[in-house]
Structure formats: C-alpha cells, structure tokens
Design a protein around this ligand. Structure first.
Ligand SMILES: [Zn+2]
Length: 179
C-alpha cells in the first residue's frame, strides 16, 4: 500500500519539526532539501546547501540512524554519485516513536507534579513539601500561619491538554495506511 500524498505531506511536516528540535535548524534544511529533491548527493552538498561537510555528515548519520534516509549510488554518464535517498516508509515510524516518547515524558511529569503535593503558608506564602508541612504540624514555623495544600491546576491542565492533543495525533497517524 502507498501513502496518499496528503497524509505523507502531513507526516513529513511533523518530521521536519521533530528533526529541527532534535538536531537543529541545519538538519531541518538538509532534510527539507532531501524531501523536495528525493535525495542528496554527498559530492554536491557543499554546492547545494551552505553547510560544512563535517556538519552535513553528522546530520546525515543521525538521519540514517533513524532510517529516514538510506545510502545509494547514482550512476551518471561520467561519474558515480554517493547519494542518500529519502526512505518514506520510515518517516511514519520515526514520527510515531518520537511522539510516543514525548507522551511518556509528559505522563511522568504529570504524575510527579500530582504526587508532590506542596503546602503554602496562608500568611507568608512560603512553600513546604508534604513531609516538612507534616513535621511543622501544618503550621508555618515563621509566623504560625496555617499551611494549606497548594496545587498547580494550571500546570496540570496544560500538561493534560497537550497529552490529549498528542493522543489524537498519534491515533490519527496510526490510522494512516502504512507505505
Ligand atoms: Zn508563614
């Protein structure tokens, strides 16, 4: 089965963003070139993109480790070019893996935030961890103010809403037909 052009485009856009976050803007530029051209020739990188060759090699290695690009040779009339081709089917796996990792990190963060209850003094607004608050018998050691549970619903809600969006995106990508 072949991915429809539209879905592949969506995926490639997400991949561009992830690649930029992981490996920097030069990596994005290089990847965008490979996407639009279908491949990049090692011999032509210096002429095609403003990129130092050792930096280009480092990026190509990273993309190759992710299987997003695969090495190949292109025979022309009087030369053989060493090229890297876009490996379209691997893009879906790459994007899904990265989104799932991001989701796991957020879930850990949310869990930690919800478990680490913080107490705040109603008078001086100093904050204490649960065991400290317990030790002080829920009274501020500075001014005897009552220590009240302080949670951060804004932070929880924003993490939850990002998680929801990630879930929807992952589900959408998983429904796409694989190449
Ligand atoms: Zn206090």
């Amino acid at each position: 089965m072949i991915l429809g052009d539209e879905t592949l485009e969506d995926l490639t856009d997400i991949a561009k963003t992830i690649i930029e976050k992981l490996y920097g803007t030069q990596a994005r530029t290089l990847f965008e070139y490979i996407v639009s051209n279908g491949y990049i020739a090692e011999e032509k990188i210096a002429n095609t993109l403003e990129l130092r060759s050792n930096e280009a090699r480092r990026i190509l290695q990273k993309l190759s480790d992710e299987a997003i690009i695969v090495p190949d040779k292109l025979r022309l009339e009087n030369e053989v070019l060493h090229i890297w081709r876009l490996n379209k089917p691997a893009i879906k796996t790459f994007v899904l893996n990265r989104l799932k990792k991001a989701k796991e990190k957020l879930e850990v963060l949310l869990k930690a935030e919800m478990e680490n209850v913080i107490y705040e003094c109603s008078v001086c607004k100093r904050r204490f961890l649960l065991d400290e608050a317990y030790m002080y018998d829920f009274q501020c050691p500075h001014d005897k103010g009552i220590l009240v549970e302080f949670d951060n619903p804004t932070s929880h809600d924003s993490i939850k809403s990002i998680l929801k969006k990630l879930d929807a995106l992952i589900a959408k990508i998983e429904r796409m037909r694989s190449a």
